[in-house]
Design a protein. Structure first.
Length: 62
C-alpha cells in the first residue's frame, strides 16, 4: 500500500495513526517555499507586503 501525502499550504500536519503493529510503506512529499518581507519595506509601502509575500509563495507552490 502506498500513500501520496503532499500537504497544502497552511494545512494541518499529516499525522498517521497506526491501529496495529506491522510495516507500512509511506511516500511523503512536502513543498516548502518562503518569501521574505523586509520590515523597512513593509513600513514604507502603501500595500501589505506580507500579503503579497504570502500570495507569491502560494502561487509558487501551486
Amino acid at each position: 500500500m502506498e500513500y501520496d501525502t503532499e500537504r497544502a499550504v497552511g494545512a494541518d500536519s499529516n499525522v498517521l495513526v497506526r491501529e496495529k503493529t506491522g510495516t507500512l510503506d509511506l511516500v511523503l512529499g512536502e513543498h516548502d517555499l518562503a518569501a521574505p518581507v523586509d520590515y523597512r519595506e513593509q513600513a514604507e509601502s502603501m500595500f501589505n507586503e506580507e500579503s503579497k509575500a504570502i500570495r507569491r509563495a502560494t502561487n509558487g507552490v501551486n
